[in-house]
Design a protein around this ligand. Structure first.
Ligand SMILES: NC(=O)c1ccc[n+]([C@@H]2O[C@H](COP(=O)([O-])OP(=O)(O)OC[C@H]3O[C@@H](n4cnc5c(N)ncnc54)[C@H](O)[C@@H]3O)[C@@H](O)[C@H]2O)c1
Length: 367
């Protein structure tokens, strides 16, 4: 089991990661003096597969405890679902002395965190991530949100949890495409960390995907450490935190273009590849570095169909909420651990990067 500290001062909290650590939940709640009135917001698939252990922990914390089953899927990160959680809190008389425990992937964590941050001007929240993606990324750093008016995460808050409890045994029931999706964010951290970690991810990514416990225990806490260090330096994303968006300018456009029929982590892999091509096209890295850096994301194989319309991708990127003054901002790679933020690119460079990405992905389907 590993422990990672996030942030300083009053918002400081700990990530506890290890196989089987869910059983520590009642003890941590008591040790940290957290509220015992708990609404467990649980992803429906997770509840179906893990109801026994969830009931066990919920039964062993004193106080009010209710389980709210969150329907699975991005479309439920909605105002309707948010309202439903608020009604559940109100109808069950949850007061300011309450805690929401979010048990699920990024969708559950984002909406439960948003509900916790707004109900009665903020009640406590803890995250129990059950997808690989949530474990290495969405459960850390305090971003909450829902989708609104066809815009992803357009409404949200920064709201830090009291702790994060990452139990790898949840991952055993994950569909393979969700494991691959989580691997996409792990590849991102490989570029954000140092060369030692990059090599480690390169060596272990296949065994992470096959859920080898030793590899998970090396890679997941290391990714969490990188994210923790970045959000500690820049809690509200005014500067360095933007490096966490490596590949995401392209990725969000790919997700939107494919009507969210592409997994987030797969879109991130495609986005990292596009960022590498863009770094090359802008003369930031040479051909040898490009070829070397492309090897890692290409270790993850996932289905793609054809090449998207490059003009449509540019248009979608222009409407991204992160843009300022109509300029698309990219995160580019100078070297491992050397990331450039707020880089700009012209239309030709963008079209080239998208085109090359999908040519490569289409030829990378067979092992
Ligand atoms: N807040 C942040 O900083 C942040 C960062 C990255 C992504 N996100 C958000 O995270 C979301 C994506 O998260 P995700 O990939 O975890 O998706 P998700 O929450 O939709 O989970 C993916 C699927 O896996 C199922 N599932 C979850 N755990 C399972 C388990 N242990 N066994 C079997 N099935 C399980 C879910 O029911 C769902 O069908 C997006 O909405 C994205 O915007 C947020």
């Amino acid at each position: 089991m590993k422990k990672i500290k996030v942030l300083r001062g009053k918002n400081r909290y700990t990530i506890i990661a290890g196989s089987g650590c869910l059983e520590l939940f009642p003890r941590i709640v008591a040790e940290q003096g957290l509220h015992g009135n708990i609404l467990y917001v649980v992803d429906e698939n997770v509840y179906k597969l893990h109801s026994a252990s969830i009931k066990e922990i919920s039964g062993s914390v004193g106080g009010k405890n209710n389980i709210y089953i969150m329907p699975s899927g991005e479309k439920y990160k909605s105002t309707e679902q948010y309202q439903d959680i608020l009604y559940t809190l109100i109808n069950n008389n949850f007061g300011r002395d309450s805690l929401i425990a979010a048990i699920g992937g990024g969708v559950t964590g984002d909406i439960a965190g948003f509900a916790a941050s707004t109900y009665m001007r903020g009640i406590q929240v803890v995250h129990i991530p059950t997808t690989l993606l949530a474990a290495v990324d969405s459960s850390i750093g305090g971003k909450t949100g829902i989708n609104f008016s066809d815009r992803k995460n357009i409404v949200g808050t920064f709201y830090q949890p009291k702790f994060v409890l990452t139990d790898y045994s949840f991952f055993n029931s994950l569909p393979v495409e969700e494991i691959i999706s989580g691997a996409g964010e792990i590849i991102k951290y490989a570029f954000l960390g140092d060369r030692l970690f990059y090599n480690e991810v390169n060596d272990l990514i296949a065994s992470v995907i096959s859920l080898d416990n030793k590899s998970l225990n090396k890679i997941i806490p290391a990714c969490a450490e990188i994210k923790a260090a970045v959000v500690t330096a820049d809690e509200k994303e005014s500067g360095i935190r933007k490096i966490l968006n490596l590949g995401h300018t392209f990725a969000h456009a790919y997700e939107s273009y494919y009507n969210f029929n592409i997994k987030h982590g797969c879109a991130v892999i495609a986005g990292i590849i596009s960022s590498l091509f863009l770094s090359y096209k802008k003369g930031i890295i040479n051909r040898t570095s490009l070829d070397y850096f492309l090897k890692l994301p290409l270790k993850i194989k996932f289905p793609v169909s054809g090449t998207p319309d490059t003009e449509a991708i540019s248009r979608i990127m222009l409407s991204d909420k992160k843009n300022k003054e109509g300029k698309i901002k990219f995160i580019l790679v100078n070297n491992i651990g050397e990331i450039m933020i707020d880089a700009e690119a012209d239309g030709d460079q963008i079209r080239y990067s998208v085109q090359k990405t999908f040519e490569l992905l289409n030829s990378n389907l067979i092992t």
